[in-house]
Unconditional design. Structure first.
Ligand SMILES: [Zn+2]
Length: 118
């Protein structure tokens, strides 16, 4: 069971990395931080430049959410190593298997997750 989860997390990690690599560069300091590459201007019209800035902004927000998910995925893999995987970081109860099935990188049980959101 844990082996499958580990595999799933590793696949997710590779997938996230390859998505990020398409438009961002990994920043080695701090580790796990990514920077969106600014699209190159080719001396086009001003509107074109504005479009690229807009595109850059949306890429940057996508980059942030991918980066966060990648970070959580790495942390979940770390917890597997430390045998603390599947335990809620807040109340220390076991996170339900159904939840881990959907969100393998989950840090909190459903209850705590609802609480942190509100
Ligand atoms: Zn909890």
């Amino acid at each position: 069971m844990l082996e499958n989860t580990k595999k799933k997390l590793e696949e997710q990690k590779e997938e996230l990395r390859s998505m990020l690599e398409r438009f961002a560069e990994e920043d080695k300091r701090p580790e796990g931080d990514w920077d969106t590459k600014f699209p190159k201007f080719d001396g086009g019209a001003l509107e074109e430049a504005a479009d690229e800035v807009e595109e850059f902004d949306s890429l940057r927000s996508i980059e942030h959410s991918l980066e966060l998910k990648l970070k959580k995925t790495n942390e979940a893999l770390d917890r597997i190593k430390k045998s603390t995987y599947g335990r809620c970081l807040r109340c220390e109860k076991d996170i339900s298997e159904e939840r881990l099935e959907v969100v393998p990188e989950a840090e909190y049980c459903q209850d705590c997750n609802n609480k942190t959101k509100s």
